[in-house]
Each structure stands twice: as structure tokens, then as C-alpha cells.
Design a protein around this ligand. Sequence first.
Ligand SMILES: C[S@@+](CC[C@H](N)C(=O)[O-])C[C@H]1O[C@@H](n2cnc3c(N)ncnc32)[C@H](O)[C@@H]1O
Length: 509
Amino acid sequence: MAPNTTPPAGELRPGDRVTFDVDAVGAGGVGVGRVDGLTVLVPRALPGERVEVAIVRRRRAYAQGRVLTVVRSVPLRGVPPCPHFDLCNGCDWQHADAAAQLTFKRQVAEDQLRRIGRLTPPPEWRIAPAAQTLHYRDRVEFSFLATGAGTRPAFHAFAAEGAKDDDDESVEVPSPASLTPITDCKLVPPGHMRAALALAGWLDRALPRRGRGAKPPVYRLTVQGDAPQPAPGVPSEGGGGISLLLHAADADVARQLQRLGEALAAHLRGAAPAVRHVAVEFRQQRGRRRARSVILLGEATIGKQVGGRHWRVPPGAFFQVHASMAGQLLEAVLAEARGDTPRPDGDAGDAPDSSHAPRAPQALDLFCGVGFITLPLAQAGYDVLGVDVAEEAVLAAGDNARRWGLPQARFAAAHLGRPGALRRLLRDEPPPALIVVDPPRQGLPRELTTQLLSLDAPRLLYVSCDGGTFARDAARLAPRYRLTALRGFDMFPQTHHLELLGRFTRLPG
Ligand SMILES: C[S@@+](CC[C@H](N)C(=O)[O-])C[C@H]1O[C@@H](n2cnc3c(N)ncnc32)[C@H](O)[C@@H]1O
């Protein structure tokens, strides 16, 4: 191994250049190396490579760098299929082959479990690869950027020191400097991209430009699939329409868009014939949390289909973005819930058995969204209470339960981070045999973890999109639960993200 170049680690400052070997991948997908004992994190550098790096940020315990030159490459490095990869922050590993990406994800998840959770991965630990690694993403959010050639759809720009506004959900309108214009995206279906480009061109012509520094009239666009309800007896998977949700700067812009609605719909359908739903979301007054929406084309809700099941969803609500991997995740949750999976202690689980049980076992689905997991759990024989903070998602979940004919699936809106919120909801409920949690990437609020421990359910299934907070929460659950199985689902190929499903089994006693 070639020696690292200096300056010595203690003196490393932004602007310094160092050359060293990349040893591993770290959280966020960065390459990790050491310079005289100091950890240096370098986005897009791959393990095994030797890189010349400019230091861009110095923290007490580590430095961040930007690759200047790959001095020695590795065979797993390839040519990224996307022309925007070098400037766009949407993907981390388009330049690494698919098998290597899975190896990296496994290593990072194991490292987080060990380091943050002080746990060893359970013997039952595997990752399901994605059959489709490009154009798999059913939902995408674009910003808009004014360029010399007109308004363009845009994503967060790649920045070696970390994208400035990325990951900060309170930033509604990213600064133009943090964006890069996009004409193609290899993660989404081509029709989604065509629709976004068509909208950008139309906005330039139809809406007056605002002054410099003003919020653009339409500052964000959500494009996603709108799957038709399958006709009885007709197999239907995908092949659906496209939905556009325009986020308008204010009520005036929303009114203008409403007036121009027919022209806009005709223009969009000319460019992307699959467009069958267009809505505008806006806030009545500045700073108001709750958004209002008007429908310009199609119905109030859109269709989502996973594994032959069909949900109706408000266009602003959360829904899994990779249908085939979401189907695998759901089947794995159901297998756990039915007790299909072997248990180390020989316990067959608490699967519902209607022939013996006087009443169905109780399940809780926390962070339930529109009932993606709740409704199939109810179909599997559980009496399920789903809880989510998003009221429109909870209302849609209730509508879906009625459409599916499942009175045993009930829903409540609550902020699960508030002290005592879950306890109040469960006052008149029997103790749950099963708890499913699927929080956002911040993981479980601490107070909720304490409440979950006191419920003392025999099994807890934890669906996570963030290995770091999953590991932290696994450690917090450790006084009462053992992590007995861990599955990964490659929901987000080309990025460092990995979906996890952990089975936590109550300790004896
Ligand atoms: C990762 S999504 C999972 C949704 C659902 N399980 C699914 O698979 O479609 C996380 C959900 O948590 C909800 N959520 C976020 N913070 C919450 C909180 N403090 N209390 C309750 N729900 C919350 C969001 O509205 C979102 O629906």
C-alpha cells in the first residue's frame, strides 16, 4: 500500500491536498480513508481506490474532501449512465456496479449496528436486490431554476461538503445556488421527466416572471404514477397514468393556474400523454402549516398499486416509491405477522387463528401513512389500529379500509412524538400482540420508544429507511427486545439508501 502524503493530520485545513487509499464506505455513501490517523470522508471515492483529495471542511475528529484525481481506480468503477451524475446530488453510486453497491450497503448497515447500536447483526440477515436498478422510482420532486435558456426542472446540486439544503425538510424553497438543472433522470420513468420539462416550458410562457429573489410562482413539482383501478379479473400491474402536483407560491398563483387549467392540462398531455391527474397545492397564508389543494385534471385521489393491491392516495401523501421492492417488503412483514418465519426459540408467533381465538389479535401500525401495511395486516386477520400524524393520509386510509371491506382496520391521527400521545390512544384497547413501526428517517421519538417498551408486545417489526437511527433505536429497545432477524430491501439503487426490516423478539421474563 502506498504511503499517504502529508501535511500531518492535525494541521489539515480546507484547501490542503492529500493523497491516500480509500479503505471503506461510510454513512451517506462516502469513501472513508485515513491520513495520519485522521478520518477523511470523500463522496464518490470507492474502496480500494487511491485518490488525490482537496480538503473542503475540517471538523475536530474528521475532515471532508473532494476528489481531484483518482490516482488508482478499481474494476468496479464504471461509467455512470446519467449525464448529470457529476453535478447532481440525487445518486451516490452510479459509477459503481450493482453488486458492489449492495456490498457497500451491507457493510454500512452492519457498521452502524455495531458502532451506534452496540449490536452484532443477527444470523438471519440478508438483502434482497432490486430487479430494476434504473427508472424504478415512481415518485420524484423537482425544484425549478431560472437559467439563461428559461426555467428548468432542477435537483439539489452535488457538493463535496454535503448538499446545502438537502436533508433539511424545513427548507421549502432551496436557494438557486444549491440547485442544478436537469433534463434527464435515470431513476424515474421517462414520462415523468417529459412531464416536468413540459411544465417548466409552459410556466415560462404562461406565468409572469417575478423579481429576483422572489419565490418562483411554482417552486416545486411532485410527479408520480397514477395507477388505474384494475378491472375485476384483469391482471394489472403498473401501466398507469402520471400525476403532477404543482406547489404554488401563494393563493394568487393557484387562482391563475386554475384559470389556465384546461390549457395546462392540454399542453401536458401533448408532451406526456400518460398525464391524467394535475393538482395545485398552496397555503392560504404565509407560514400556514396546512396546505390546500385544487384539482385541475382527474380525481381528488390517485391510484397506487403494489402486488395486486390498490390504494387511493391524496397526491401529497407519503407512498412507497419503488413498487416491486415495496411489494417484497410488504410480503416479508406479512410473513412475520403470520408467523411463517422460523423463530430461534421454536415459538410459532402469535399469528391470527380464527378457529380458536375468540377475538382477532390486536396489532398496532405506527406511522401508517395511507394504510400500506395496516390494510394487508387486517386482511391477514389482525384487528389493527393505524396511527399517523398526517390527517389527510389517515382519512384516505379509512376510505381505503371501507373500499377493501375491512372494518377491523381503524385509524387515528396523532403526533407520536408528543408525550403520552400513544398511551391516550390505547386507553381502551387490548394489549397488542404485534407492533409495526415505520417512522421517517429521524427514527422513533425517544418518548415513544419508552411507551413501546411499556406495552411489552411479544413482537415488534421495525421498518426503517435509515440504518443509523434504526441502530440507535435497536439499542434503546434492547432492555426488553432482541433483534432476531434483519432484512434489507434495495429500494433505492444508485443511492446509499437501504430499507430495513428488523424483527424484535421480546426477551423472556
Ligand atoms: C416512512 S413513512 C411510512 C408510511 C407507511 N407505513 C407506508 O409504508 O406507506 C412515515 C410516516 O410517518 C408519518 N409521521 C412522521 N412524523 C410523525 C409523527 N411525529 N407522528 C406520527 N406520524 C408521523 C408520516 O406522515 C409518514 O406517513
